[in-house]
Ligand binder design. Structure first.
Ligand SMILES: [Zn+2]
Length: 292
C-alpha cells in the first residue's frame, strides 16, 4: 500500500442540512429560504442526497457526511433509511438545528452553555440513529469560536472541519491543533486556492450550481494541490439540496438539475482517473495521519 506521505488525499464531504438554509435575525436556528414562510424544508436535500449517495456507490467512493441532527430526523421521518444509506460513509455532525453560534446574523451570540446543550444533543441524536461514534464536526456557516471549540473538545469530538485555509507552501493540507482558540482539538481544514485567472475560490461546489464556476476549476485545483500538498488532505464539500434549488430556494429546472448532477459526477469521474491521489474519508485520513 502507498504511504500517506506520498500522495494527496482527497475527501468528499457532504453538509446535510435544510434546503437553502439561512440564519435569521432574532433566532438561533436556521430556516429555509424564503425565510418569510418560517419553514424548514428538506425536499431538495432528500433528492440531492439520494442522487449523491447513488453516485458515490457507482464510483465506489467512501465519503464523510456531516448531518444536521434535525435534518437527519426529518429525512428518516420521510422514509429514508439513513443508517443503511450511510453504511460505507463516515457519519459526522453538523449541529442540531444549524445554529448561528456566533450570532453573526441572528444578533444573538450563544453562551457556552447553550452551545454545549445543542451540540451534545445533536451528537446524541446522531449516535442513536447511526449506532456509532461521531468524531467529526463542521459548524453551520463554517463559523467557530473559542466556546464552540472548547465544547467540541469537552464532549469528545476528535476533529473539527470548519476552517478554510489557503493551500500552498504555508499549509500543505495537514491537520493542525486549534491553538488559535487555545485548544488541542485537531482541525481538518477546507482548502482555498486560486483559479487559473488568479481568483480565490474554495472547495465548496455550490459555485457550480449557482453558475459561477465549472467543474474543471476544482479539478485543476486538485492537480495543483497534488504537487504542493503531498501527504495532505484536500476536502471537497457539497450541500445535497443545492442540486435542486438555488440559494434563494428557487427550484432549478429539470434540465439544470440534471446538469448539476452531471457536474458533480464529472468531478467524481475525474478524481477516480487521477494518478497520485487517494480518495478517503476524513476520519480514515486522520487515523492514518495520527499513526503514520
Ligand atoms: Zn450547513
Amino acid at each position: 500500500m502507498t504511504k500517506i506521505e506520498e500522495l494527496l488525499s482527497v475527501a468528499i464531504s457532504l453538509d446535510v442540512d435544510p434546503d437553502a438554509n439561512c440564519a435569521v435575525q432574532g433566532r438561533h436556528d436556521a430556516l429555509s429560504s424564503p425565510i418569510e414562510y418560517g419553514e424548514i424544508s428538506v425536499k431538495a436535500c432528500k433528492r440531492g442526497l439520494q442522487g449523491i449517495l447513488e453516485l458515490l456507490d457507482i464510483y465506489d467512493i467512501d465519503a464523510t457526511v456531516f448531518y444536521e441532527a434535525r435534518t437527519a430526523r426529518m429525512l428518516i421521518a420521510d422514509g429514508m433509511d439513513l443508517p443503511e444509506l450511510s453504511g460505507r460513509h463516515e457519519v459526522a455532525c453538523h449541529s442540531l438545528k444549524h445554529e448561528d453560534f456566533l450570532g453573526k446574523v441572528s444578533g444573538l451570540p450563544m453562551e457556552e452553555e447553550a452551545i454545549e446543550e445543542a451540540i451534545t444533543k445533536a451528537k446524541d441524536i446522531l449516535e442513536n440513529i447511526f449506532e456509532r461514534d461521531i468524531k467529526g464536526f463542521r459548524a453551520p456557516y463554517t463559523r467557530i469560536n473559542r466556546a464552540v471549540v472548547k465544547v467540541l473538545e469537552q464532549i469528545g469530538f476528535q476533529y473539527d472541519s470548519s476552517k478554510t485555509v489557503a493551500v500552498g507552501t504555508e499549509w500543505r493540507g495537514n491537520p493542525f491543533p486549534l491553538e488559535v482558540f487555545d485548544s488541542n482539538l485537531l482541525e481538518l481544514a477546507l482548502p482555498s486556492f486560486h483559479d487559473k485567472r488568479g481568483k480565490r475560490m474554495s472547495s465548496y461546489l455550490w459555485a457550480i450550481f449557482e453558475g459561477r464556476r465549472v467543474s474543471d476549476d476544482y479539478i485543476d485545483a486538485v492537480l495543483t494541490a497534488r504537487d504542493v500538498a503531498k501527504g495532505g488532505l484536500f476536502i471537497f464539500s457539497i450541500h445535497p439540496w443545492h442540486l435542486y434549488v438555488d440559494c434563494q430556494g428557487n427550484p432549478f429546472t429539470v434540465e439544470q438539475a440534471r446538469k448539476n448532477l452531471e457536474s458533480f459526477e464529472y468531478i467524481l469521474y475525474q478524481l477516480k482517473q487521477m494518478q497520485g491521489i487517494q480518495i478517503t474519508r476524513q476520519d480514515e485520513y486522520l487515523e492514518k495521519w495520527l499513526f503514520k
